[in-house]
Write a protein that binds this ligand. Structure first.
Ligand code: ATP
Length: 338
C-alpha cells in the first residue's frame, strides 16, 4: 500500500482526478490518497493562503503527489500555486512526452517528442518589481549555472537510458546573451560527456517554426522555463491537444505528477473534460514508483480506447462524457488483466 498526496485542483481538476483514481485502482495498485481540496482560490477562502503548509508537508512526507490543475489569477492576485509548488519542492525537471494516439488526425502522425523544461528559474523565478514613480515593471529571468547543469544532465541521462537518439537544446543566446547564453554554454559542455547522443541546438523562434513544419524530425528537447512552457503547449497541439498530453515535475526529494493542461474553466462541470492527459500522467507516476506493469496496462488501455474510437470526449472528435470515456478505459484496463 502506497500513500500519495492528491490535489484535485479546480475547474476540470476534480473531474479528471476522479477518473484517474478509478483507472489506477482498476490497474490493481493500492494507494491511500492524502487528499487536499483547499488549494488555490479554495485555499485562500478557507485557510487564507493558496498553498497551505499542510499540502507541502504531505508531499515532503510522501515524496509523491498527483495533482489536477489549479487556476492562476491573470495579472494580480495570488502567485501561481503550480509555480510555487515547483520552486518550494525544488522540482527542477518538467517532463512532457508528446506522442500521438491512434485515430487522432494530425499532419504528422509520427511525431514523438519529449520535452525537458527547466522548472524553477528563468523568467518564472518570481523576481518581479514595479517602480511606482517611473511606472516600470521588471521580471528578472535568472538562470544559474547549477540550475542549467542539473536539467541538462537529467535530459542527457534520460535520453541515454531510454535509448532515444537526439537531444536539441533550445535557447535565445543571440539576444539574451548572458542568461540563455549560459544555458547554451553548459549544454555544449555537458554534451561532450554523452558522445552517444546526437546533440544540436536551435534558437527558440526557429524551433517554433521547425516544430510546425517538420516536428517528426525532432526527438527530445531541453530548454529553459518560459520557452519550455510555450513549446510544450505547441507540441501538445501537434499530437491532438492539451486533453491528451501527460506531464511530471521531478526533483531530488519529491515528484508531482500533473497534466500539461490548465483548469479549462470554459468546460468545467460539464462532463466534457478529456481525462486522458491525467490518466497518462498516472502511468508516468506508476513508472516512477517502479509499478511498470500497471503503468503499461494503463498505457495500453488508453491506446486501445483511441484505436476503437467509440468512447472519446468532444475535444478529440467523440461524443462521450468524461465518465463514459473513463468507464471504457477502466473496462480495457481490467480486460487486459483477465
Ligand atoms: P493555464 O494558464 O492554467 O495553463 P491554459 O491557458 O493553458 O491554462 P487550459 O485551461 O489548459 O488553458 O485550456 C486551454 C483550452 O484547452 C481550453 O479552451 C480548454 O477547453 C481546452 N482543454 C484543456 N484541457 C482540456 C481537457 N482535459 N479536455 C478538453 N479540453 C481541454
Amino acid at each position: 500500500m502506497y500513500t500519495i498526496t492528491l490535489v484535485p485542483g479546480d475547474g476540470i481538476g476534480p473531474e479528471v482526478t476522479e477518473a484517474t483514481c478509478k483507472v489506477i485502482a482498476a490497474a490493481g495498485v493500492n494507494i491511500r490518497w492524502e487528499r487536499f481540496e483547499e488549494v488555490g482560490y479554495a485555499g485562500i477562502e478557507k485557510q487564507g493562503q493558496p498553498l497551505p503548509d499542510e499540502v507541502l508537508n504531505s508531499i515532503h512526507r510522501n515524496r509523491l503527489a498527483l495533482k489536477g490543475p489549479v487556476t492562476t489569477p491573470v495579472g494580480g492576485g495570488f502567485r501561481s500555486v503550480n509555480v510555487s509548488l515547483r520552486q518550494k519542492l525544488d522540482l527542477f525537471v518538467n517532463l512532457r512526452p508528446c506522442k500521438r494516439l491512434p485515430g487522432i488526425k494530425t499532419p504528422f502522425p509520427d511525431t514523438d517528442l519529449v520535452i525537458f523544461r527547466e522548472n524553477t528559474e528563468g523568467l518564472y523565478s518570481g523576481i518581479e518589481s514595479y517602480d511606482e514613480r517611473l511606472e516600470i515593471a521588471d521580471s528578472i529571468a535568472r538562470i544559474t549555472r547549477r540550475g542549467s547543469q542539473r536539467i541538462l544532465r537529467y535530459a542527457f541521462e534520460w535520453v541515454t537510458a531510454n535509448q532515444r537518439r537526439r537531444l536539441t537544446a533550445v535557447h535565445k543566446a543571440n539576444v539574451l546573451k548572458l542568461s540563455t547564453g549560459l544555458f547554451l554554454e553548459e549544454a555544449r559542455s555537458i554534451a561532450q560527456d554523452y558522445p552517444g547522443v546526437q546533440f544540436d541546438h536551435l534558437i527558440v523562434d526557429n524551433m517554433a517554426m521547425q516544430l510546425v513544419i517538420q516536428p517528426d524530425t525532432f526527438d527530445c528537447i531541453v530548454t529553459t522555463n518560459l520557452f519550455g512552457d510555450i513549446l510544450s503547449d505547441l507540441c501538445a497541439g501537434l499530437v491532438g491537444g492539451l486533453g491528451i498530453v501527460p506531464g511530471a515535475n521531478i526533483g531530488e526529494d519529491a515528484a508531482v505528477f500533473e497534466a500539461v493542461h490548465g483548469s479549462a474553466p470554459d468546460i468545467a462541470g460539464q462532463s466534457k473534460a478529456n481525462p486522458t492527459a491525467l490518466i497518462r500522467t498516472s502511468a508516468l507516476l506508476l513508472h516512477h514508483m517502479g509499478e511498470a506493469e500497471a503503468a503499461m496496462r494503463i498505457e495500453r488501455a488508453v491506446w486501445r480506447a483511441y484505436a476503437e474510437g467509440t468512447s472519446l470526449t468532444p475535444d478529440v472528435g467523440g461524443t462521450a462524457s468524461t465518465e463514459g470515456m473513463t468507464d471504457e478505459i477502466v473496462r480495457l484496463v481490467t480486460d487486459h488483466c483477465a
